[in-house]
Design a protein around this ligand. Sequence first.
Ligand code: 5AD
Ligand code: SF4
Length: 502
Amino acid sequence: MVLQSLLFFHLKYMCFYYIMPFGEKMNKIKLSMPSLKDARMRKNKNVPIIRYQLDSKYQTIGKDKTYYIFTYGCQGNEADSEVMAGILEQVGYTKSNDPMNSDVVILNTCAIRENAEQRIWGVLGQLKGRKRENPDMLIGIAGCMPQEEKTTNRILESYDFIDLVIGTHNKNHLPKLLYEAYMTKAKVVEVISSEGEILEDAPKVREFHHKAWVNIMYGCDEFCTYCIVPYTRGRERSRAKEDIINEVKELVAEGYSEITLLGQNVNAYGKDLGLDYTFGNLLYDLDKTGIKRIRYTTSHPRDLDELTMQAMHDCKSVMPHLHLPVQSGDDEILKKMNRKYTYDEYMSKINRLRELVPDLALTTDIIVGFPNETEEQFENTLKLVQNANFEGAYTFIYSKREGTPAASMVDLVSEEEKHKRLNRLNEYVNAGYLKGHERFLNQVVEVLVDGHSKNGEGMMCGYTPHLKLTHFKADDNSLVGKIVKVRITEAKTWFMIGELCE
Ligand code: 5AD
Ligand code: SF4
């Protein structure tokens, strides 16, 4: 039987095989390779909804085997890893806590910046040594990096010990691809560069039992000139509202308290469906499910509309925190970034939202050193940070991404200057973090408890409605997943400390 299947695969994929020099993996099955050109396309066709069903042929491929998934990058990747874990467990694998002693190791990767990629190449280097000692270990690379042509070509040329290369669009093929890798002992590559599909009904192993990611849409059509995501994640495509609402109802029934709605640009939810139903409508409907806390990320300032802001005001479950990436405070840079708003438009959006949600906690993303950013343009960003009252920001040095428009822009700013700007920016940003915590001093806040904190013995931690990490003295596992009242006694830059109220 095994021999038969082996023969079948050899015949089926013979045309894709490479003959490699002695000592390297002999066979490569290239089911499909990434293409930036294809990834750029936005064909106006209906997005297929794939209802996941396991082929019984793969039902036991993971029996008596273990798996480990490394997850890098955004919450979208965390949610994808939960799906991959669900699929692996469904075919018999059990989760391991030790990557070096697992039968299958998958790296779910991020391509957003060069340094994210460097870290991943480093981990692959460590796994290479382990694979030499344990040749039966199967190593897979998934997520955004394989979607880049240069990465998959590099893996094919120089990373012989990687057995499986899979992109962002085909998690549902994982059992089939693993099966092929086992049966053929070849390197199996399937990276699809298309607009993408919507995967429904896939099993998930969620990391927590009290808070959950809920994808509401996939992909991005914004094409900010610095960003690789529209090429790695496909076209904007929204899940049907019924599928989202049913998922949230199930989570409520299972005892979940918090959901975070996910998408690269959640404010564009529904646009592709051509219905008169947008993100704001979805918030109102989800508020009725009985879920206690709703968060969402990430937003695009241009698409943040009045209905969404009204929903933040009206819906008790929608938390008073918004992550609204601004990227720069300079109009010319914003234009070169293709962000489609100005400094003034950004400020008027947040001012309007603050009229509706006066205690809003606002956080953002900022890039310094975009090609040829001048000192004056950078200072406009500092000005915006002072005026916008951010209570946190992820700050980055611009990283050149091959294939994006910004990669071919002239850039004469030195790396040293970019680092200096980042440090100057972070001083303002860190002051905002502290101020955002100080405003809760002596107040009683509600904390959804995550578990024991790493901030000292006998401490537990969780997040407030404003997404403030809070540590408090307690040692009681039964509190995990509960919302408790905590009086804030100390405000630090990165967290708050408080006392549990009786
Ligand atoms: N260089 C630096 N930062 C980037 N981001 C996206 N692409 C790049 C890049 N090429 C940042 C943006 C985005 C966040 C997720 O990552 O700030 O909002
Ligand atoms: Fe990238 Fe811009 Fe899309 Fe965000 S909105 S994922 S920064 S292209």
